[in-house]
Write a protein that binds this ligand. Sequence first.
Ligand SMILES: [Fe+2]
Ligand SMILES: [Fe+2]
Length: 394
Amino acid sequence: MRNKLAENIYYVGVNDRKTEMFENHMELPNGVSYNSYLIVDEQVALIDPVEPEFMAQYIFQIKRILGAREVDYLIVNHDEPDHSGSVGAVLREWPEVTVVGNAKTFAPLENFYGAIANKKIVAEGETLSLGNHTLQFFMAPMCHWPESMVTYEQTSKIIFTNDAFGGFGALNGGIFDDEVNLAFYEDDMRRYYANIVGKVAMMALKTIQKAQTLDIKMIAPSHGLIWRSNLQWVIDRYTAWSKQEAKEGVVIVYGSMYGNTGRMADIVARGVADAGVKEIKVYDVSKTETSFIFSDIWQYKGMILGACSHYGSIFPNMVGLLHEIGEYKPQNKVVGLFGGASWSGGGLKTLKENAEACKWNIVGEPVEVKGAPIREEDIEKLYNLGLEIGKAIK
Ligand SMILES: [Fe+2]
Ligand SMILES: [Fe+2]
């Protein structure tokens, strides 16, 4: 099997096509991979384990390479259980292993898995020799958790970046970027980025900038493809997403109980199109899981939100998306709002409150329609809202 990254450095990750929801809230139509790497030298190092469900396969893959040899070091770049979940199982398999982390690694790790006997705490820039290979550690705080770090192997010039440069999508045979059609993975990479690293985009950018000061031949993240031929492709995208360089396009998201607010969304969309915008995505918030919608919000300049009312407030299914937008604070957006009212109103009112709290750049007059959009004046207002947003982002 060609799962070698360099001399004595192996891919020993697993594919997960079974889990329906990543972190139990993001759909995985194309699965996800948990990448792990094994360096066989005078000392043996395992970099970032995998989800515990895959332990049998994982241990088999490692032993197939190692034989009777032991793992000496387990490098934990990140404590989140999609990676660290099998730390306990690795320790049971190789009880003498020394777990390597930084000053912030071990408290959370031991809260998850109990006391760890052999620990090695490393600091920024510190090295660990395995024989012919030397690992060097760089902190990457908040990319994705406070203890996140990256590991650079000096001989092969491979950087193991854990969540940074990762993406959704199981690895379908090809594990390297030059073995696949990159376009197949791009949407899943951006969805992963926006929903997982987006909140800490500036920290992600710092990690990217720090990594670029090193001489890197290969980027080996813990989800998705290993980058050896198209490093600039992934660095460019991760940099653009971190800087929130939004593209020309509009996402229209609506929440509708009986379809009337959906009808409004279509009228708004027509206005956007008449302004000459070609990339328009219209989502029913009850139909499409939030991570897909948020991924498009991240990449496009325009965001138009519409919601019907529910007991004087907003349609409940819209709340999750508003929460994520409020938390992650996507920047550089042109925002439009509309709402549907039956006996109470409240959809548009709640959207406006969010707009104020999040300091959104509201363009056009927010429109509230009572009942269905059947009056000419309402249709006109909705259309004009779309038109203005469309013009604003052109
Ligand atoms: Fe993570
Ligand atoms: Fe992860």
